[in-house]
Design a protein around this ligand. Structure first.
Ligand code: M6R
Length: 596
């Protein structure tokens, strides 16, 4: 949930300060409580403060010639966001400077055992790591041995990047559970939490695995196991286009990403269909055929997409499917069927809660499939199979195009299992892409609705059947970026308690896409209206009523979440915009949740 970037190069190669700051700007979606950099220039200079990278830019010296530096954006776990708790952290002598992403779970034990006389400055768990490295080096351990020694003591997660001011041409790094990548350059090398932070300088990457220790110099990269055994790993070329990571004409990434949904669906069609059939890895098809139950494991929006996936797998391909909250599964594991397939849904492929489940189910010998937007992500690498979303980089914290892409990919998988006509589904998805375009072309209407209806402290989304799952996701979207307290309810459930919260002008937004529940949901609308609610109805044309405010062209009803969600994304966006909020970086949140 923090972002790391590090650089080491030959003299006069590049502006290290600018590389770090622009890399951190790309990583800000991972955490934006604080930011800091350390640059070697006849000794290490540290600049750090709470707040955004833009703030950091103001306090960094104008010109610092350098060949070595590390940077960090923080999402606070230990200690409030302030200048002292911001990274980088330094050892008491100042020799070692370090940034960290992750959580040191046994920091108290480590302090008590090794660092009783050490004077800590910050409230962070990270400072324990830099203190330990210095302590072991002072006890005559070579630096590489000391770092691996510390790696062996840490319980928890870490991506670390370390400078030793006695080795100005060396950058040290280490990783376990938290993401870190190597970027290879000509006369320089880098590390970053993701490819975006480095892609402006190189497209050649080496992935890192857990408990690996890395030594980078301007012309060399060495990867070692925690025991010091050298590891050879080839590089791969990343196809990410640097332009994909820019906002372009959009004020916020979220709006850009909402607008990109038709392209994402068309790309999925291009990737997962041949001219006449489906184009899915036959091993996945075979595995699914032999599966007696699917377990979808995910968090947040991905979990909400998982509920729609359950509907698709059960309705289309008749495979019993359960959806599980990743953070609950490990510690409250359900009874597992005899031949399960675990599907991990994750935009980032890095969500620590989901990864903990993957580790567990692998140890139990079960098969896994990750459906993700990030090719070389941890969940992708570690699962038996991967299906990619091909949605393009998603940067806004509020997930939009990943949600619709996850549903589209699961619809294809389910239809393939059921031997449905691929041409029919292809046409359905092509129509859906066009219908989404017709929704996003009409932005002014959503702005006006948001300005008129979403003015209260709270709001309810209601729906039945598959619309209930859309209601849950719609509520998450609205609450996370506008801070309006929003809940998604099964429309029929409201009267069993929650209707007590409805008062004059409480906004209630109803989603209606299925004919068999149309009248029931409309009865529930009457119930809330007669208690003062101000209602917006989102419906499909063939079952719409004259007064419905948002009427969407008909699509295949089982795929309706792909279109009914889009108005709710726009309503959330405009509600947040109207409140003057930072839509892409809502308070307290980070895009990639890499701590459990
Ligand atoms: O990268 P993942 O899809 O695994 O992330 C899961 C959730 O953290 C994520 O969907 C989160 O709920 C978003 N902020 C929702 O917009």
């Amino acid at each position: 949930m923090c972002g790391i970037v590090g650089y080491v190069g030959f003299p006069n190669q590049k502006d290290v300060k600018e590389i770090l700051l622009s890399g951190l700007e790309k990583l800000e979606y991972r955490g934006y409580d604080s930011a800091g950099i350390a640059i070697y220039n006849n000794g290490v200079k540290v600049f750090k403060d709470k707040g955004r990278v833009a703030n950091l830019r103001k306090i960094v010296d104008n010109y610092i010639p350098s060949t070595l530096g590390i940077g960090h954006t923080r999402w606070a776990t230990h200690g409030v966001p302030n200048s002292i708790n911001s990274h980088p952290h330094q050892s008491s002598s100042g020799r070692f400077t370090l940034v960290h992403n992750g959580v040191i779970e046994n920091e108290v034990e480590l302090r008590n055992k090794y660092l009783q006389d050490y004077e800590f400055i910050s409230d962070t768990d990270t400072e324990v790591v830099v203190a330990l490295i210095e302590t072991f080096v002072e006890a005559e351990e070579p630096v590489d041995v000391a770092i691996r020694h510390v790696m062996g003591l840490i319980e928890g997660s870490y991506a670390l990047t370390i400078i030793d001011d006695q080795s100005p041409a060396t950058l040290y790094a280490a990783k376990s559970k938290s993401p870190l990548l190597i970027g290879l350059g000509d006369g320089f090398n880098m590390v970053g939490s993701d490819a975006m932070s480095i892609i402006n300088y190189t497209n050649q990457f080496i992935e890192l695995h857990d408990e690996e220790f890395i030594v980078l110099t301007p012309e060399d990269v060495c990867i070692y196991s925690i025991l010091g055994v050298k590891i050879d790993r080839p590089y791969y070329t990343e196809t990410l286009d640097a332009a994909d990571t820019e906002k372009g004409i959009y004020p916020f990434y979220m709006l850009k990403e909402i607008d990109e949904q038709p392209y994402a669906i068309r790309r999925i069609v291009a990737k997962y269909f041949t001219d006449t059939g489906f184009n899915i890895n036959p091993n996945i098809v075979e595995t699914l055929k032999n599966t007696d139950r699917i377990y979808i494991v995910a968090a947040g929006t991905s979990m909400n997409a998982g509920f729609v996936g359950k509907q698709l797998f059960e309705t289309i391909s008749n495979i019993p499917t359960e959806v599980h909250i990743a953070s609950e599964f490990v510690y409250n594991t359900p009874i597992i069927s005899s031949n399960p397939l675990f599907i991990f849904l994750s935009q980032s492929g890095e969500t620590a809660d989901s990864r903990a489940v993957l580790v567990k189910i692998k140890s139990l010998g079960y098969k896994s499939l990750t459906i993700t937007n990030v090719k070389s992500s941890t969940l992708s690498r570690e699962a038996d199979y991967t299906l990619l979303l091909h949605a393009g980089v998603e940067i806004a914290v509020a997930s939009t195009k990943a949600y619709t892409s996850q549903i589209a990919v699961m619809a294809i998988l389910a239809s393939d299992q059921a031997n449905l006509d691929p041409i029919g589904l292809k046409k359905d998805l092509a129509l859906i892409a066009n219908v989404i375009e017709s929704i996003t072309d009409n932005k002014l209407m959503y702005k006006e609705l948001a300005d008129e209806y979403l003015t209260k402290r709270n709001c309810f989304y209601i729906g039945r059947h598959i619309d209930y799952y859309v209601a849950i996701e719609a509520a998450l979207k609205l609450k996370e970026i506008s801070y309006i307290q929003t809940e998604g309810f099964a429309a029929g459930e409201l009267k069993h308690g929650t209707i007590a919260l409805i008062e004059e002008d409480t906004p209630v937004i109803a989603v209606i896409s299925q004919e068999n529940i149309n009248l029931n949901t409309r009865s529930n609308i009457k119930e809330v209206k007669s208690r003062g609610a101000k209602v917006i109805v989102i419906s499909l044309k063939s079952i719409s009523s004259a007064k419905d405010q948002i009427v969407i062209d008909d699509v295949n009803p089982i795929l309706s979440p792909l279109v009914t969600i889009v108005p709710t994304q726009l309503l959330a966006y405009y509600a947040a915009l109207g409140r003057g909020l930072d839509i892409d970086k809502p308070r307290n949140l980070a895009k990639s949740v890499t701590v459990e």
